[in-house]
Design a protein around this ligand. Structure first.
Ligand SMILES: Nc1ncnc2c1ncn2[C@@H]1O[C@H](COP(=O)(O)OP(=O)(O)OP(=O)(O)O)[C@@H](O)[C@H]1O
Ligand SMILES: [Mg+2]
Length: 236
């Protein structure tokens, strides 16, 4: 299947048309950004690292009852996916307190949460991805009440599956950002990616022993050295 026209260039991935109009070709680039794109760099091999982790987790999620967009990997940075009508929500699932939960609400860094917390942000860089609640989501008619409940059910299922998988590798899943869309039959599917850009991962038992994009956000060391080590820990 050949790569067609460039349809969309995001901050870290490029989306191309494919021969089949229900399929897209997604290229994971070596670009990395933070602070809504204000901070940006390019690290050789970064795209392949994120693509590898995405290609590892999506088939596992599919096998465990999570419909996803993932079809197959074409090469180390390109994946074929089902074209989805993306729902402009960043669905954040938190198991322990970090990031804005500490900054905005006074939780202690690393504090265990009695049960996973779901936070929804509007996916809109120009508005700095503001937090959004159910009533606003329904008023904006992004999804129906039933679809919103399904998104939350799937997000918690993804969290459970990833948390258990990573715990076996002595990695703590602190929080993660997911994106969902609707396929051409209206089914809600997990889209986008699961990688060091969308996961917050700490080496088990340590506070803030980041194994993800926080290394870049907070200038805490060699990003690619950490990304490569994390890929090894996760996929092997
Ligand atoms: N299966 C899919 N069908 C259609 N669009 C998709 C699918 N999966 C992901 N996308 C969209 O493709 C784009 C991927 O590019 P990238 O991740 O670089 O995005 P972005 O919009 O810059 O935003 P962010 O980096 O905040 O996600 C995103 O806008 C994402 O919502
Ligand atoms: Mg993205």
């Amino acid at each position: 299947m050949s790569e067609g026209n460039l349809l969309y260039k995001g901050k870290a991935k490029s989306v191309f048309a494919a021969d089949d109009s229900n399929v897209l070709s997604v290229v994971f680039r070596d670009d990395i950004t933070a602070l809504d794109g204000l901070k940006k760099n390019t690290f050789e091999g970064k795209g392949a690292c994120n693509a590898k982790v995405t290609a590892y987790f999506y088939p596992i999620l599919e096998k465990n009852g999570v419909p996803t967009h993932f079809i197959k990997s074409v090469n180390e940075t390109t994946q074929l996916v089902r074209k989805l009508k993306m729902i402009p929500l960043e669905v954040v699932v938190r198991n322990r307190a970090a990031g804005s939960l500490v900054r905005n609400y006074g939780f202690t860094e690393g504090q265990y949460l009695e049960k996973p917390i779901i936070v929804m942000d509007l996916k809109d860089d120009s508005r700095h991805d503001p937090m959004i609640n159910d009533d606003i989501i329904l008023a904006l008619k992004f999804v129906t009440e039933t679809e919103l409940a399904e998104i939350k059910r799937l997000a918690l299922l993804v969290n459970k599956i990833l948390k258990e998988n990573l715990a076996e590798k002595n990695i703590d899943l602190i929080d993660m950002k997911l994106e969902f869309g609707k396929d051409n039959e209206g089914l809600i599917r997990l889209g986008d990616e699961i990688s060091m850009d969308s996961l917050r991962l700490w080496d088990k038992g340590e506070i803030c022993a980041s194994m993800d994009k926080d290394i870049y956000r907070k200038d805490k060391g060699d990003v690619m050295e950490v990304y490569r080590k994390t890929v090894e820990r996760i996929v092997n």
